[in-house]
Design a protein. Structure first.
Length: 154
């Protein structure tokens, strides 16, 4: 494989976070990725994710406090999150099973075209027709494994 195919094209995109009045850094990659891929206002996505975070059932991982925020991460395996993605029209495609090893990497020639929200280790990123849209290049030079992705059908 040529070196040109190993590093994906990257575009710096905050998904409308700054325009919505937010400052500084945050762990809001899920919100940014959805806003970019679904072409929705950042604040609209943020409010819905914050509501889901605040109303989700408590567990050992979430702690006892209810956080009405999407700033510090979203548990993407929760039912409410999956229901929200389906409501937006996204379709889930898993790319990795237990014991299968990495089959799909974060690069254009291994992902379908279209508007995607890719789940990678501890991060979500929007990929539009093979171009990464995020606040930083998270591809690890095309070697980052994709666990699955949400596709926005045409």
């Amino acid at each position: 494989m040529s070196e040109a195919n190993s590093t994906p094209v990257f575009v710096s995109n905050d998904g409308g976070r700054k325009a919505a009045g937010y400052k500084g850094k945050a762990g809001d990659c899920v919100c940014r990725a959805i806003a970019i891929a679904a072409q929705l206002p950042y604040q609209q996505v943020y409010d819905r994710l914050a509501e889901g975070n605040a109303t989700q059932r408590r567990s050992r991982r979430t702690g006892k406090k209810r956080h009405r925020s999407a700033r510090n991460g979203i548990m993407t395996k929760r039912k409410w999150f999956k229901d929200y993605m389906l409501e937006l029209g996204f379709v889930w495609t898993p790319t990795m099973q237990i014991g299968s090893g990495c089959q799909v990497h974060l690069k254009a020639d291994e992902l379908p075209s279209g508007r995607l929200v890719c789940n990678v280790s501890k991060h979500c990123v929007a990929v539009i027709n093979g171009v990464l849209n995020d606040t930083h290049d998270c591809s690890r030079k095309g070697k980052r494994c994709v666990y699955g992705y949400w596709t926005m059908p045409d």
